[in-house]
Design a protein around this ligand. Structure first.
Ligand code: UD1
Length: 426
């Protein structure tokens, strides 16, 4: 087990390059399974979730290899077996994204019920119902879904009762090879979904977002290989933006599309954090420059599916709220237990009242103090690192492996901005 030792109080300054998005790359890897031709993904982040996905796909019999510093070549010529074991699913919920493409390409798959982050119940009933709408038969036995469509999937109408990101993606990945047309209503609008659609269209799929919440897919007989650069990680960018604001710093974040951060930037604006949008130039990727201000205003945040405020930035934003002058509020609408991090943040001096499993109030400004704290999941991990950077004294943070799931070399990037953080083997 590894720990971060963080001595806070240093204003972060400089420029940071954002990696490819975790929530996009895993789905793009899954898309590559839809063709026997090679696919090349660029801007692939070096995070442990990519390694888990790579191992899972390799175990199935696909060839997944690193090419150069940041690319992956995936060739899914044939499968040795159509089985995603509990071992993979327990490590990463996103392994369930293989359901749609394996079913569409090979007509059957046995896939474990996923584990993933300890946030909420996070069922997969909507994924399963979507496959059934496309003509698949899915049975659940002993922790595994046995899905089959022996004579192929057929187009259908899928209407999600509420927005599900991976549910939408699984449906799209299955429908592209189905016979006939599919309409997906109440489809997720996250930029990562559109990144997946862009790659699938480059592979020959026919997908159109005919209205913000509606996708129309015309099934094609087969797909070909494609080359695709993974979009920049808006959640990593948001984390570094908060790091600048809470440490009294000045950080330029490059490699992210500012328009993907709309609702988050509105919150920063309400709080009085100066942000400059940096358009792309001949030499630079687009990004943001975030500077600290002397005081911040309190704010009310409610998480929502995109284009609303991202639930994945809720916990990191709480750290900024501890520095606002007054009472801020959080309403978490997506997950029922995504406020667990507040206990650890409280140990560091944050004044947080949890009203129920979805609501809390944060009073500020409060000085944060270095403490021994433990990370419970990925976004809570980023949150505690941010709090430790803002705190006086030294913090010892355990559970670092959760952060490695989604942040590429977080400590090296922070050190390059002047932070005092290092990793130890415990
Ligand atoms: C994705 C992101 C995750 C983010 C979340 C919401 C990935 C790998 N992960 O997760 O970082 O926090 O979107 O933006 O992209 N639900 C059901 N049944 C289902 C599916 C979902 O009840 O079959 C519920 C979930 O429990 C949750 C809500 O729907 O309450 C939204 O979840 P969903 O959008 O599916 O999240 P993920 O796609 O798993």
């Amino acid at each position: 087990m590894q720990k971060f030792i963080v001595t806070g109080g240093t204003p972060l300054r400089g420029e940071v390059r954002i990696a490819g998005a975790k929530n996009a790359v895993l789905k793009l890897m899954a898309a590559s399974v839809l063709t026997s031709e090679p696919c090349l993904l660029r801007n692939v982040p070096r995070i442990s979730d990519v390694m888990i996905m790579r191992e899972t796909m390799t175990d199935i019999g696909f060839d997944v290899r690193r090419v150069g510093a940041d690319a992956l070549r995936i060739t899914a010529t044939d499968a040795d077996w159509l089985f995603v074991p509990l071992e993979a699913a327990a490590k990463m919920r996103a392994s369930f994204i293989l359901l749609g493409p394996l079913l569409a390409r090979f007509g059957r798959v046995i896939i474990s019920n996923p584990g993933g982050d300890r946030i909420g119940r996070r069922p997969v009933d909507l994924h399963v119902a979507a496959m059934e709408s496309l003509g698949a038969r899915v049975e659940y036995k002993n922790g595994y879904y046995f899905a089959q469509a022996p004579s192929g999937l057929r187009g259908g109408h899928i209407e999600f009762p509420y927005v599900t990101v991976m549910g939408t993606e699984n449906a799209v990945l299955a429908a592209v090879l189905a016979r006939g047309s599919t309409v997906i209503d109440n489809a997720a609008q996250e930029p990562e979904v559109d990144d997946l659609i862009a790659m699938l269209c480059a592979m020959g799929a026919r997908i159109e977002r005919v209205a913000p919440h509606r996708l129309e897919i015309k099934g094609v007989e087969s797909l070909g290989g494609a080359e695709h650069a993974v979009m920049g990680d808006r959640l990593e960018a948001g984390t570094f933006a908060i790091a600048a604001a809470v440490t009294g710093g000045d950080v330029t974040v490059r490699g992210v599309a500012p328009e993907h951060l709309g609702a988050f930037l509105e919150v920063l604006d309400c709080m009085g954090v100066p942000v400059e949008i940096l358009p792309p130039s001949e030499t630079d990727a687009p990004g943001l420059r975030v500077r600290a201000a002397g005081t911040y205003a309190p704010v009310a945040v409610e998480t929502q599916p995109y284009p609303g405020f991202a639930t994945d930035l809720q916990a990191p934003t709480a750290v900024l709220m501890t520095q606002a002058d007054g009472v801020s509020t959080i309403h978490e609408t997506i997950y029922e237990d995504r406020l667990d991090y507040t206990t650890e943040l409280g140990k560091m001096g944050a004044v947080i009242e949890v009203l129920d499993e979805r609501h809390c109030q944060i009073a500020g400004p409060t000085a944060l103090h270095g403490r021994e704290v433990e990370i419970a999941d990925l976004r809570a991990g980023a949150t505690l690192v941010l709090a430790a950077l803002a705190a006086s004294e030294t913090s010892v943070i355990s559970g670092v492996e959760h952060v490695d799931r989604g942040y590429e070399q977080i400590e090296s990037k922070l050190v390059a901005l002047g932070a005092q953080i290092h990793r130890i083997d415990a």
